[in-house]
Design a protein around this ligand. Sequence first.
Ligand code: ATP
Ligand code: MG
Length: 372
Amino acid sequence: SCNVKKTYKICCLPGDGIGPEIIAEGKKVLAAVGKKYGVGFECADELIGGAAIDACGNPLPDGTLEAARASDAVLLASVGGPKWDTTDPNAPRPEQGLLKIRKELGLYTNLRPVQIFAALAGASTLKPEVIDGVDMMIVRELTGGLYFGRRERFYDEDGAGADGKPGQRAYDTLEYREYEIERIARQAFDAARKRRSKVSSVDKANVLETSRMWREIVHRIHDAEYPDVELEDVLVDNAAMQLINRPATFDVVVTENMFGDILSDEAAQITGSLGMLASASLGDGVALYEPSHGSAPDIAGQGIANPLAQILSVEMMLRYSFDMADAADDIRRAVTEVLDEGLRTRDIADGSTPAEKTLGTEAMGDEVAKRI
Ligand code: ATP
Ligand code: MG
């Protein structure tokens, strides 16, 4: 045939707990998208986390890393569970697989969308008029800042204790390099162009030298490469307040590692349904997509897990790795429709609509896929 069918290779990492159940629904939705758009998605399962420890004693086997590097994108479900909890500090732990694959793939950006599905708005603790229209993306820098700085704790003979007596001292250094800020700024501006074209850059430039450099570099990149995107600077204390007071005014929020850690958890609470949120980790090559929630070992194997965060991570994959915005919009629309019709998995069922009907994991995946 003369028709060259585009094919993408996806490295699938089911992991542990509910992972295998929810990733199956992500694949189901991908297949529906492939059929609609004439695109092939080749999904190959690889081992990670506890499942990999059980099979080969290593939470990230070499074969998994090779397959991830050779793929166009990585779709991860979740890792960990009580089965691998141990007090032995030398025993392998499932979470090490996740940290290592992020590091090996050079993933320096974490994207966390925060969006409200109107049908679930009642789950938020904020007033309906405040959360109306909330749809933002937190862009967190992942490889620099305090979490990777020099640190030390020591005993100071010279007055660290009360009344000039000897006492303990400790420090952590907050350091950023120019290129680290340049590349995260570009990720944020690129994301903004796929959204409402506004970036709020969060820093503490009235106090910190790293923040003054951050602000300068973000503006330089903006003026030279993204003058079409609206840019504002927000001090982190003010950002924490505005997230609660007027969350709907944010589009893309970009910030350094620790501020991003704190603000993304705060922002996630606005939605009231953590189990609905996806995330993406991006670098300069292959990107990784996963639900924000964990492996939910308490409900694993029962067929009742909510697959929607995983399905929304597939939406992000289409948008950010494959430039298939229409297909991504299809998924978002299908999920919205399913919720508007009152279809719920057990975790998001709250009796707020008379049309409510509780479905299992597979049935929920079917409902989304059939609306693509
Ligand atoms: P982490 O693994 O990130 O430390 P955690 O162990 O604190 O996370 P989860 O594994 O996310 O938390 O589970 C927290 C609670 O939320 C559990 O009761 C779990 O059953 C529930 N939960 C998490 N994800 C889902 C899901 N997709 N569907 C239904 N319930 C979920
Ligand atoms: Mg967990």
